[in-house]
Ligand binder design. Structure first.
Ligand SMILES: NC(=O)C1=CN([C@@H]2O[C@H](COP(=O)(O)OP(=O)(O)OC[C@H]3O[C@@H](n4cnc5c(N)ncnc54)[C@H](O)[C@@H]3O)[C@@H](O)[C@H]2O)C=CC1
Ligand SMILES: O=C(O)[C@H]1O[C@H](OP(=O)(O)OP(=O)(O)OC[C@H]2O[C@@H](n3ccc(=O)[nH]c3=O)[C@H](O)[C@@H]2O)[C@H](O)[C@@H](O)[C@@H]1O
Length: 443
């Protein structure tokens, strides 16, 4: 099939490359000319494992090409995926201007029947709005009124595992309001269903939109739940790691997303929890549970700061190294990074901060121009008074702790991801603190 992807960022580029890998002819479009130039010259604009190789393969074979020209992208397309950003607004709702703009632009250029698919994460009722925008725009311009079928096909990939997740989905969800759109999406995903046997949820547009918000909000709730449990564990001297293990063995609970720590970050969980709360209030339901989920998440930074204050007393004038600028391993994405939020809080308290990150150092320098940024964890720790693990990079998990102790001025480490072995840390001479592992605390 001929497919267009509008917005080739973290989701759009992976979607475009994977759809091409599945046998479709794909055009990827972005209005960021520099991004398209990078892609046309064989680069990939962000760090994502396996993506550069896949993009190279499918562009070499001619299955994927890139453009900035919407007319060219739409010319043969049967299905158009909208993968533009939906960033948070100050009031908590998502900024849907980019989605609206795509609707207006598509309405002005399209000359045949097609399916316009929301892959961006959007609140329920966005499909209705988009349909209205397209009709209004075509009527206002006096252009040919074509049948643009708006559908929702939410994306569940994780950064750092995006290609794997897209080619091995737990489920495929699409919501449509016409046979035309449903049949087109069936044909888009038929090769993937054949390859993987992935189950498909076919539903209406509002339900599909809501499945995405509910999924992200639920995953975030699990994380905040285990972090709240961790805070109790700290106070009673219990071990949250064993609590999570014991809970996760119940098949009804399961072990995933029960890692306590510094809290969730990234471009989606914080924004989508707020957006779902905002939507719920807009339609007359006060989903206060979600408010608390966000509050617990932000509070985890204070948990780490308290552990540092306990050790160092005043943080002003101390040098503290943060391991991890990216919001999680496997990506250089800094959006809502817990490590950067912590770094800012430390700076506000008068500490001198250093940040180590193996792939996101350039971005960290741009975000925190006054902070020394390192690509070597030992160099970053030399002469520091404490280290905080904010991101469980393999480079951190496998670090030679003896060398770390030798580099530090005071051998203090707060493991904000519970990713180091406490015994090994102690044996190396570290004063080791974790999250929710009260049985380990040294006073
Ligand atoms: N990053 C992730 O892991 C996931 C993101 N999502 C959702 O997918 C959406 C996109 O997220 P990301 O890919 O992370 O964003 P991103 O910021 O990496 O990419 C968005 C792209 O859209 C382009 N764009 C914006 N307006 C445009 C227009 N009118 N025409 C052409 N291109 C345009 C931008 O230049 C940018 O390259 C968001 O709604 C997000 O919530 C969903 C699942 C996973
Ligand atoms: O909508 C999205 O954008 C995506 O959001 C998340 O994916 P992502 O943000 O890439 O990363 P996750 O692996 O989910 O981690 C998110 C954050 O939660 C933290 N986390 C995760 C799991 C856990 O048990 N504890 C925990 O603190 C991570 O450190 C990270 O900061 C979801 O996992 C994806 O399914 C979804 O498509």
């Amino acid at each position: 099939m001929d497919v267009a992807v509008i917005g080739v960022g973290h989701v759009g580029l992976v979607t475009a490359a994977c759809l091409a890998d599945l046998g479709h002819r794909v055009v990827g479009l972005d209005d960021d000319a520099a991004k398209i130039e990078t892609l046309l010259t064989g680069g990939v604009p962000f760090h994502e494992p396996d993506l550069p190789q896949l993009v190279q393969e499918v562009t070499d074979s001619g299955a994927l090409r890139f453009t900035t020209d919407l007319g060219e992208a739409l010319a043969d397309a049967e299905v158009v995926f909208v993968c533009v950003g939906t960033p948070p607004l100050p009031g908590g709702g998502p900024d849907l201007r980019f989605v609206e703009r795509v609707g207006v632009e598509v309405a002005s250029k399209v000359d045949h029947e097609l399916v316009l698919v929301e892959k961006s994460t959007v609140p329920a009722n966005t499909g209705r709005r988009l349909t209205h925008v397209i009709r209004r725009e075509q009527q206002a311009r006096g252009t040919q009124v074509t049948n643009v079928h708006v559908a929702s096909n939410p994306e569940f990939l994780r950064e750092g595992a995006a290609v794997h997740d897209t080619l091995n989905p737990d489920r495929i969800v699409y919501g449509t309001s016409s046979d035309f759109a449903r049949d087109a999406l069936r044909r888009v995903y038929a090769p993937l269903v054949e390859r993987t046997g992935a189950p498909v949820v076919e539903t209406d547009v509002n339900t599909a939109e809501l499945i995405k918000h509910a999924s992200n909000a639920f995953l975030a709730t699990r994380i905040s739940f285990i972090n709240a449990v961790a805070n109790v564990c700290d106070r009673v001297g219990a071990d949250v790691e064993v609590v999570a293990q014991g809970m996760g063995m119940d098949a009804r609970i399961g072990p995933a997303f029960l890692s306590a720590g510094l809290g969730y970050g990234g471009s989606c969980f914080p924004k989508d929890v707020d957006a779902f709360l905002h939507l719920s209030r807009q339609v007359g339901y006060d989903f206060r549970l979600l408010e608390e989920v966000g509050r617990i998440n932000v509070g985890q930074r204070e948990v780490v700061l308290d552990k540092l204050r306990d050790e160092l007393w005043h943080l002003a004038g101390k040098t503290i190294t943060v391991f991890g600028g990216a919001f999680k391993p496997g990506t250089d994405d800094l959006r809502e990074s817990p490590g950067l939020h912590l770094a800012r809080a430390l700076i506000d308290e008068g500490a001198t901060v250093r940040v180590y990150d193996p792939v996101a150092s350039d971005g960290v320098r741009r975000e925190l121009p006054d902070v020394a940024v390192f690509t070597d964890p030992l160099e970053a720790s030399t002469g520091a008074h404490a280290v905080v693990v904010a991101t469980d990079w393999p480079e951190v998990v496998d670090l030679d702790l003896g060398k770390l102790v030798a580099a530090l001025d005071y051998p203090i480490l707060v493991d904000g991801r519970n990713c180091l072995d406490p015994e090994a840390a102690r044996a190396a001479g570290l004063r080791y603190h974790a999250i929710g592992r009260g049985h380990l605390e040294q006073h």
